[in-house]
Write a protein that binds this ligand. Structure first.
Ligand SMILES: O=C(O)C1=C[C@@H](OP(=O)(O)O)[C@@H](O)[C@H](O)C1
Ligand SMILES: C=C(OP(=O)(O)O)C(=O)O
Length: 419
């Protein structure tokens, strides 16, 4: 389905969905604990893929409204085939978990996930005792079985999810482990992992880029309440900055790196205020200015920053973003193509984008099957003279189901078009 957003003023309050990253991790920790409750999780395509994988390893899962009760497993004893669709986090975190199963499992994904590399994670798990078979890049489908026993490894990780995977897996190993991380981006996601592990009674000593993980530990998550998602909140904040006034609710402080959207918006001259005590971020229409942004720790904010940059005065340079090339699509390329389709001057670099803001007449962009492209680029319809049509916009269900209804409730003019 395509969606058309027409020029409109937004005004009102909106609550973003619960955090995708925290939900994945809470589900996994709960599945490895004797009995746990996860409150207010995100129900989206990606987190449902993780829930499916939790059942695959034998966890019993019962949902009651916004609460999920888990009876976890003591040993990971799975076998067979599981498809985790579009979710990189699920694939990577479960590679580490399935490396404890004595029987062979095959973990697969959709056509996008089948293009994403897992090489240094698979080779590291193999060094630690697992058996993972795959092509050179270890792209899905991957055949995997155990047993990870622990040890000392160093890893250069193209994705922080590789480190999160090891951190979830190694506490279950027989021996102690030490991970030396040579290079990693997206560090805040490792901090989210460490937070959930802490809540699960798992001990990890983190010293900069080195992690020491005692073996033979047990998960004991009890209750975990999932906070709101700052990446999803970034679209609502951007809607306010572009076209009116939005109060984003439920935004208590969090370890999510994407809370930096507030500072980035301010740096661009945006009228945005975060009342941390009441958990409200208020964003009002503003004259924005181009800035330089290091995207190393905030890859998922890049499409949001790109659309703000498209209307900002002057030039915005986004750098240290080469990890965007191995997401659901090559997001540097996706942002470049969509900005060009709307007549915005943009230069594509190996590690980012240079965007020269201007006025937008309107046109058609594509999600290219990537939720963040649809979420971010639809916002430009709010300010485009002739509106913006987003092709294949239904993919927002990967992380933000109901997104277009939320925009409609803010008075945005949204039309679904059957393609
Ligand atoms: O661990 C996570 O929850 C995530 C880590 C990040 O990926 P990389 O570490 O591959 O950059 C981020 O882009 C992704 O949306 C979610
Ligand atoms: C890259 C993302 O997720 P994943 O890696 O889990 O597919 C994302 O949500 O932007």
């Amino acid at each position: 389905m395509d969606v058309r957003i027409l020029r409109s003023e937004v005004d009102g309050k909106a609550t973003p969905p619960p955090s995708k990253s925290y939900t994945h991790r809470a589900f996994i920790a709960a599945s490895l604990s004797p009995s746990a409750l996860v409150e207010n999780p995100l129900f989206s395509d990606d987190t449902l893929a993780t829930l499916k994988a939790c059942r695959f390893i034998g966890a019993e899962v019962t949902r009651w409204k916004d609460l999920i009760a888990f009876r976890g497993v003591e040993d990971v004893e799975s076998s067979g085939y599981i498809n985790v669709e579009n979710s990189g986090t699920t694939l990577r975190l479960f590679l580490g978990i399935l490396s404890h199963s004595k029987r062979i499992c095959v973990i697969d994904g959709d056509s996008s996930l089948r293009k994403r590399p897992n090489r240094s994670l698979a080779l590291t798990l193999n060094k630690l005792g697992a058996k993972i078979w795959g092509d050179y890049d270890f792209k899905a489908p991957l055949k995997v079985c155990g047993i990870v026993t622990g040890g000392e490894v160093s890893i250069r990780a193209e994705s922080s999810q590789f480190i999160s995977s090891l951190l979830f897996s190694l506490p279950l190993a027989k021996y102690d482990s030490e991970i030396k991380v040579e290079e990693v981006k997206s560090r805040p996601y490792i901090d989210i992992t460490l937070h959930v592990l802490e809540e699960s009674g798992i001990e990890v000593k983190a010293d900069g880029k080195n992690f020491y993980i005692p073996g033979e530990q047990s998960y004991s998550l009890k209750t975990f309440s999932v906070p709101a998602d700052f990446s999803s909140a970034s679209y609502l904040i951007a809607a306010g900055l572009l076209a009116g006034r939005v109060e984003v609710l439920n935004m208590s402080d969090s370890r999510q790196g994407d809370k930096r959207i507030v500072d980035i918006a301010k740096q661009m001259g945006g009228n945005v205020r975060w009342d941390k005590e009441n958990g409200v971020i208020t964003a009002k229409q503003s004259e924005l200015e181009g800035i330089e942004v290091d995207a190393s720790d905030i890859p998922d904010l890049v499409p949001t920053i790109a659309v703000l940059a498209a209307v900002a005065r002057g030039k915005t340079t986004i750098y240290n973003a080469e990890h965007l090339r191995i997401k659901e699509i090559d997001r540097i390329d996706g942002c470049y193509k969509n900005l060009r389709s709307l007549g915005i001057e943009v230069e594509k670099r190996r590690d980012g984008l240079v965007i020269k803001g201007g006025s937008i007449r309107g046109g058609t962009v594509d999600s290219f099957g990537d939720h963040r492209m649809a979420l971010a680029f639809s916002l430009l319809g709010l300010v485009a003279e002739e509106g913006v049509t987003v092709k294949n916009a239904e993919v927002v269900s990967v992380s933000f189901p109901g997104y277009f209804d939320v925009l409609k409730n803010l008075s945005a003019k949204v039309e679904w078009i059957k393609s």
